[in-house]
Design a protein around this ligand. Structure first.
Ligand code: GLU
Length: 281
């Protein structure tokens, strides 16, 4: 197993944290997250952010009524995929502009990295990618990663998923960059024993040592209408991380201050123990 970089974290934020229920950008979330991540960077941690939101932001900007839905065929006059890819192209640009502004206000520098599955599958590309990440981190820069939705179709289609969603992508990045911890910001406080929307007394699970079918069944399906992830994709990400000795934590994205607890080894959300973990009980 490769040696992990002890002060390196990957943080994933989803569309549901970055936008309001009506689809407009949640500037408070974006600002708070940027401030905490830059501060954590200033504390001496190396930070990689995996951010969704490109399609949602592009859709708002282009005034497309619904989240563009991908069609089975990747092109053609009636394909909706082209709108989705156009929205991603417009939205990615707008999103990075905001990150650049917010991180800039807190004295930070960010960089954009857009990935497709090929970039990881081909050894030469993969090595170049690793070199780029390492160089950016060495320079104190926070790389901001997303799927390259505008040039690939498999990644944003449900039928031929490769990364498919940013939960998976962030786990791929955590493994690639040998991060110690992956933090998947969610719209709830972590993984519960039952769905907290149905049972208000549902208990938060603090620590998980392995992902099995019973846990998968308990986690249910997709998340909100604005994102593509749900607990199931998060469990897949957890398995990928744990098999490489990487800890994964699911905290609430509306409380980014939890990231301070995680890097300090204090209990926060649900911890999937990949490495030594910490006392999250
Ligand atoms: N890459 C997509 C976007 O930026 C989101 C994928 C996901 O939410 O998992 O809109």
């Amino acid at each position: 197993m490769p040696t992990l970089v002890q002060n390196r974290i990957v943080v994933k934020v989803g569309t549901s944290t970055l936008t309001h229920a009506g689809g407009q950008l949640n500037l408070r979330s974006l600002d708070a997250l940027s401030r905490v991540l830059q501060d954590v960077r200033n504390m001496g941690f190396e930070v990689i952010l995996v951010s969704s939101g490109a399609i949602a932001v592009g859709r708002m900007k282009l005034r497309l009524e619904e989240r563009p839905v991908g069609a089975a065929a990747p092109c053609g006059p009636c394909s909706e995929l082209r709108f989705k890819q156009a929205a991603a192209a417009v939205g990615q640009c707008a999103l990075m502009h905001l990150y650049d502004k917010f991180f800039g206000e807190y004295g930070g520098t960010v960089a954009q990295i857009l990935l497709t599955a090929d970039d990881i599958a081909l050894p030469e590309k993969k090595q170049n990618l690793v070199n780029t990440f390492e160089t950016l981190l060495e320079m104190g820069i926070i790389p901001i990663v997303n799927e390259n939705d505008s040039v690939s179709f498999r990644e944003i289609e449900t039928e031929h998923k490769v990364f498919g969603d940013n939960d998976t992508l962030s786990a791929v990045v955590a493994v690639l960059c040998r991060a110690k911890t992956l933090i998947l910001l969610s719209d709830i406080d972590g993984l519960y024993e039952s769905d907290p929307r149905d049972s208000p007394d549902a208990k938060l699970i603090r620590k998980i040592y392995s992902v099995d079918d019973a846990l998968r069944a308990r986690a249910g399906g997709a998340g909100s209408a604005r994102g593509t992830g749900g607990m199931v994709t998060k469990l897949g990400a957890a398995e990928r991380c744990m098999s490489e000795g990487i800890d994964m934590v699911i905290p609430n994205g509306q409380k980014p201050g939890g990231i301070y607890d995680i890097v300090a080894g204090r209990p926060c959300g649900t911890l999937f123990v990949g490495g030594e973990g910490y006392d999250n009980a």
